[in-house]
Design a protein around this ligand. Sequence first.
Ligand code: PA5
Length: 444
Amino acid sequence: MSVKIDLHHLTGFIDDSEFTAIAPQVRLAQETLSNGTGAGSDFLGWLDLPVKYDREEFSRIRAAADKIRSDSEVFVVIGIGGSYLGARAAIEYLQSQNYNSLKKAGPQIYFAGNSLSPSALSEIMELCGEKDFSINVISKSGTTTEPAVAFRVFRGLLEKKYGKKGAAERIYCTTDRARGTLKQLADREGFETFVVPDDVGGRYSVLTAVGLLPIAVAGADIGELMAGAAEERSELSGDPVSDASCLYAAARNILYRKGKETEILVSYEPRFQMMCEWWKQLCGESEGKNGKGLFPASVVFSTDLHSMGQYIQQGKRNLFETVVLVDEPAADFTIGEDADNADGLNFLSGKKMSFVNQKAFEGTVLAHTDGGVPNLVIRVPDFSEKSLGGLIYFFERSVAVSGYLLGINPFDQPGVESYKKNMFALLGKPGYENEKAVLEARLK
Ligand code: PA5
């Protein structure tokens, strides 16, 4: 099994009887999910995606990635939320957060359209400079403001550089199969399109073209990624006492009901940072509604032990930690001997750096549990595509089960509309005239 869960450090926080008591609810939540009888059941396409994906499109994704790798020095991925986080998280997990400096082949990859910052967008325009570049605009709805604005900008740059026809050969659109402005535009202009399936919501879409094209452009083996997810899918039995995703859902719900309302995802690997961001969206958008839900936070240790570590050790006791450990580091080395031992570090000579990192985890988990913070540990074998596919599927399943346990629809996100309405009104979008005056009066 690729993903393992270790509940050892919950001793003293949750006892076996609590797992026994919640097991029937977990079973029900899990059955609700697999039978498709719960709220949001129109969005369960991700459940079978690892074994039921469009093979023809998959080959087109690989071919497009090969073309982009051969004709582009820069690849700009335009999208926000679920149309952004998974691809970036996967590339950093598989390659490094320093991918653009370390890569041996293929284009630099930059992410745009994930904010409205003029500085951020200008920076990426400058990074494209005189270089050959291609873009992948990803938007299921095709109407999200952030990517739409960025797309207008980069499409303009491409047309200026390559002409309309040349630009069209460098624009890849990932959007709805049939609907939306972006689909219409792509069909009209002859851009290559990839599909965000109707029954897969943004935050569950990393294993569709949304994530797969950028990940393949980074040189990763997307076949292995899908194989890892498929393997995890076949190993998760749905049994509340042996299925790791159910155990994780059970533990976090028991802790939540006991007042541990903030879950901190912890990693000891900086290249996991964007995976934390992906996970935060998955949990936050799935569970934070109807006045309920764990607040998902994240840290990377030992970096954040020198900042957030103080709060975790001694601050408000409403937290628990979920630590993701990757058994095999992407690289390792042995610490050398220093004749003078001026830094006093010779006690580490001959030790692997991974050993030091492991001891940091062991010391921290004991300190934090002593400080009243329950800890769950999730283990993944390595930084391979296969392990990543397994981990993605594991988290998606856990969060969906967890959402049903909480009594909410884990597949909608009605709350994200509120800021959009206000922003459209304040920007003067046609149709929002009445709201504009009211909002402007409130801001005075
Ligand atoms: O998870 C979600 O549904 C959201 O985060 C969306 O992915 C995000 O709002 C972007 O939407 P779209 O792909 O329609 O541009």
